[in-house]
Design a binder for this molecule. Structure first.
Ligand SMILES: Cc1cc2nc3c(=O)[nH]c(=O)nc-3n(C[C@H](O)[C@H](O)[C@H](O)COP(=O)(O)O)c2cc1C
Length: 414
């Protein structure tokens, strides 16, 4: 990043204070930074703070004759290697998407031919609003790159996606774009964003009735599947979560379809297609009772009783089957208690999935129903051993990988 020139646009969000930290870190890495402060931005941080940290004048006004004569909006763009918008407020994203140019920041953004990296920051409802979703999809199609947002506690007291990515994450995104040795991404490659993408996730167990009061189930809690849905929504995806019976709240900003049996889950899953990514994290019962008794089965003094089982449909294999509706990335989960990686590798091939996430559910691991997990990602390229992580972290990591993979597939198709 040494010697690179960043033009930082600071919008009017509470996260503006984090852009001061970003300037500091960019300078530490040898970049030079010029800052433009919007009128809204100047309500949160001062031009003085920005100019002290950047060691340059902080620019604010489009119609400043002195600035326009010395270094106008065109020159600000021309003399930058990358434009970073942080925080990118809902308002600023809307203006960018519609090509408005009524202040210095938006005039530069419209006049530039440089790559633009935006770090969205806003309240969860602003982030999930259909207008913002449309604006993001437009910007993404136009080639704007995105870093974040994160999911978490917000200044407004709410929780969800919309929190600005932390400065180290934005710095990493900038480094990936600018540092030759860090394999820069092509213009138009979205950075860890799934805005405008459809993601389908299955979660939880299924319950297979034996009679009106009994059923076959398993110990899946749905925590991993629900975490995946949250992580996909946090990256801006349009998410459908098909869930078996779980004791978890519905994730915000996600369409939740509740089912009980494997057959219902298959039907709901197929109904949710087409999707760009499908992640089958549900623990679907392999078998169901061959004959569901219409009345409660009676003991009738039998010491032993037989329960005849029949195979359930294979949801992962059905979705992964080649065809016009096959999602571009199909990911399955393999819960195993032995020969984890071998079984998962075989499962990837036999089911036709692109990736299998193998997790050890041996009771001692606490993975089934617990909050942490250690997985292995099996892809065509081999096996990656991930460290023990919370299910939220595993979900964020998997969705980031999926977003990158989708971008790579799109670039290859272009
Ligand atoms: C205290 C406060 C905090 C705000 N935080 C945000 C925010 O985080 N994200 C956002 O999109 N808008 C936020 N807004 C609203 C924006 O400031 C407002 O839409 C403004 O016009 C955006 O200006 P800009 O286009 O220069 O960024 C906030 C407003 C106030 C009063």
């Amino acid at each position: 990043m040494n010697g690179k020139r960043i033009l930082l646009i600071v919008g009017g969000g509470i996260a503006a204070y984090k852009s001061l930290e970003l300037v500091r870190r960019l300078k530490e890495r040898g970049a030079s930074v010029r800052a433009i402060l919007t009128k809204g931005g100047a309500e949160f941080v001062t031009p003085l703070s920005l100019s002290v940290l950047t060691e340059e004048k902080a620019f604010t006004d489009l119609f400043d004759l002195k600035d326009e004569a010395e270094i106008g909006h065109i020159r600000l763009s021309r003399e930058a290697d990358l434009i970073v918008v942080a925080p990118a407020t809902a308002d600023l994203l809307a203006k960018m998407a519609h090509g408005l140019a009524d202040d210095l920041a938006t005039a530069v953004l419209l006049a530039t031919n440089k790559q633009v990296l935006a770090a969205p920051a806003m309240n969860v409802r602003m982030w999930q609003h259909p207008a913002t979703r449309r604006n993001l999809a437009t910007l993404q199609a136009d080639g704007t790159l995105f870093a974040g947002p994160d999911e978490g506690e917000m200044a407004c007291g709410e929780y969800g996606p919309g929190r600005m990515a932390e400065p180290p994450a934005i710095l990493e995104a900038i480094a990936r774009l600018l540092d030759a040795e860090a394999a820069p991404l092509a213009r138009g490659t979205p950075l860890r964003s799934l805005a405008g993408r459809r993601v389908l996730i299955t979660s939880g167990p299924t319950q297979e009735p034996i009679d009106p009061v009994r059923y076959i189930a398993n110990r899946s809690s749905g925590k991993q599947g629900h975490a995946l849905a949250k992580a996909a929504a946090a990256l801006g995806a349009e998410v459908t979560l098909v869930s078996g019976p779980v004791a978890l709240p519905d994730p915000q900003g996600v369409t939740v379809v509740k089912v009980e049996t494997a057959h219902e889950m298959l039907a709901a899953t197929l109904a949710a297609l087409p999707a760009d990514i499908a992640i089958c994290a549900a623990a679907v019962a392999d078998w169901r009772a061959a004959d569901e008794a219409p009345q409660k089965l009676k003991k009738q003094n039998q010491v032993e009783a037989e329960l005849k089982l029949t195979l359930n449909p294979d949801i992962l294999a059905t979705i992964a089957k080649p065809g016009p509706k096959r999602p571009r990335l199909v990911v399955g989960f393999a819960a195993e208690t032995e020969n984890l990686v071998e079984n998962a590798t075989a499962k990837r091939r036999s089911k036709g999935a692109d990736w299998i996430v193998a997790n050890d559910v041996w009771p001692g691991t606490g993975a089934m129903g617990g909050d942490t997990t250690q997985v292995h990602l099996v892809t065509a390229a081999g096996v990656e051993d991930w460290p023990p992580l919370s299910k939220d972290e595993t979900a964020a990591r998997l969705l980031a990988r999926a977003a990158d993979a989708l971008s790579a597939l799109r670039s290859a198709a272009e």
